[in-house]
Design a protein around this ligand. Sequence first.
Ligand SMILES: Cc1cc2nc3c(=O)[nH]c(=O)nc-3n(C[C@H](O)[C@H](O)[C@H](O)COP(=O)(O)OP(=O)(O)OC[C@H]3O[C@@H](n4cnc5c(N)ncnc54)[C@H](O)[C@@H]3O)c2cc1C
Length: 412
Amino acid sequence: MKKEVDVLVIGAGPSGSVAAAILNKAGVSVQVVEKMKFPRFVIGESLLPRCMEALEEAGLLEAVKAKGFQRKDGAKFVMEDKICDFNFSHQYTHGWQWTWQVPRADFDKTLADECERMGVSISYETEVTGIEILEDHSIITVKGSTGNMETIKAKFIIDGSGYGRVIPRLFGLERPSSLPPRKAVFCHVTDPRRSDAFEPNRIVVYVHQPKTWIWVIPFSNGNTSLGFVGDPAFFDQYKGTLKEQYQGLLAAEPEIAARFEQAEMIWDEPKMLQSWSVTTDTFYGKGFVLTGNVTEFLDPIFSSGVTLATVSAQMAAGLVIRHLKGEQVDWKEEYMNPMMKGIDVFRTYVNAWYDGSLFNIFFAPEPDLEIRAQICSVLAGYVWDETNPFVARHAKNVRALSNFLVAKRSLV
Ligand SMILES: Cc1cc2nc3c(=O)[nH]c(=O)nc-3n(C[C@H](O)[C@H](O)[C@H](O)COP(=O)(O)OP(=O)(O)OC[C@H]3O[C@@H](n4cnc5c(N)ncnc54)[C@H](O)[C@@H]3O)c2cc1C
């Protein structure tokens, strides 16, 4: 047996780093095991203000601040000539009013490096391949970069392995999502025509077709992340290599075509992802808890991924600390149910986006500013604020407001 620790964290993404930092601050011995060498690419570049609270509690905020990432003050939605501009300073919930747009390779490395600086041990290029849960500890088998196998003994495991989904895969907990499969094609590009008119301090989402949309996420390094998301069948009309398909997509939306006419791709090839929505039977079990994408990932439309990853890590780490002190933790009541509440709020907005009902609300000609502020808080990630009617009764209120606005329009 090589090593014994209190907690083994799988993955050094935002979820793993936040969990590890909070545990380390509390004096818990932590080992992070990360399959890749950092920096490594992962998608998920537009953050939400709510994640700042998790970064702050973890003691990671100052390290990120020092990197000078692009500040994000809001999210703008564009459909033909209609614009809906959410500014996080005009929101209902009292919380963070800004966050960042980040190349994730740099952001995740910043978090992981800061964890190491605090004293967390991280083993890179080390992959968890097996887990045996025993009575009061687990034995985790890991494979190093040279193929060497080792075991680690841990009292508790936090699985923050993201798309790796280590524990759900090993223990057969994966379940299909209720959301239909979607596909994304994206690249980092130069942005020679960026100007203040294009407001780099926000993500811009273009409705390209009812179920197809485009993200524009400017970075402080002058490059911009530009991606297309839609039904897999939508992409079939674009032929050729992925690069040719991407160029065809760029040309199809007039404002995007004009702005990025002279842009160059930073990568040799754009990237493609599809069918990412997946869920699990449970978010916890004897000796382990799942955090971040391993729990459930819905859809990128409202940039909820990193926020759910960091908030779940924040919540889980606090409970693991109590568990290790011998306190009774009700994982269902104290972890899974609250996490599901937040996820379900986002699910309502994701569904309302793809069925078009959110367009009635976002692009209404004279929006009610109080309601706009309540919805803005949801888009800022404050999906646990039960005093917000668009959180507490999300499904009912989104449906009712959309129906009301459609009826009002038909009377005019
Ligand atoms: C098209 C698309 C666009 C998106 N856009 C956004 C966005 O704008 N904003 C946003 O917030 N989210 C976005 N997301 C979601 C975002 O990618 C994830 O929610 C986020 O990265 C989750 O963080 P995490 O820490 O849970 O996992 P990750 O960031 O995936 O980190 C998990 C880590 O675990 C490691 N790992 C995996 N398997 C193993 C193993 N066996 N052993 C050891 N280590 C392992 C991986 O190498 C990885 O480094 C998007 C997703 C998609 C599909």
